[in-house]
Design a binder for this molecule. Sequence first.
Ligand code: AMP
Length: 221
Amino acid sequence: MELKGALCYVLDFDDIYNYAHQTAAKIKESDFQPEVIVGIARGGWIHARIQCDLLGVKELFSVKIDHWGVTATKDGKAKLTCPLTGDVTGKKVLVVDDITDTGESLTMAVEHVKECGPAEVRSATLMHIAGSKFVPDFYGVEVTWAWEIFPWNFYEDLTALIKKIFEGEKVNELSTMEVKKHLREYNNVVLSDEQLSKIKAHMGYLEVIQYPLDKAWKLKE
Ligand code: AMP
């Protein structure tokens, strides 16, 4: 069945740890032992913290790159919006992100860190999309393109996807049953009633839909 929107996969923390362990195993088998980890905000932060644990690294710094503003929609070119937060002079540095899609964010982060005087820089992601311009030195799994809904971006992604459903259907109001059905038709995403009710509460909190909540999901005018 052809989808009306972007193909999405919902990942949980078991998936994340599984991919993180695969990434860490490849790093441990290599000749590279990082002394500092740099997490790319926001997507790479949790993976970066997990790699600190799996690789026994105590120095964790950040760099912020903005690229994909809204779920499955690029914001033009990647932009460095916050430079490296710590001193990496003479250190072996691992730059960590969640996924390489176009690869522009990781390319930019690695170039920026290289300008800060490290001894060596390598890169790692949980997932790598085949065909990305940048291939990380280490990654857990290679996949074909889909929008991966990471557990740290679940509410943000689902809010954006449901907003796109309202636009696609050209309506201002949907029942929970309809939201559930459309998420399957648009994005191949199947959610439980409990997940949908949490997303609805979140969208009410952000005033994307009317709050106090109604039985229906009503777009805020
Ligand atoms: P890129 O610069 O295109 O490699 O992607 C930058 C960031 O956007 C990634 O580190 C992710 O946080 C997010 N992102 C890009 N593509 C995807 C995708 N297919 N699924 C989930 N997140 C993505």
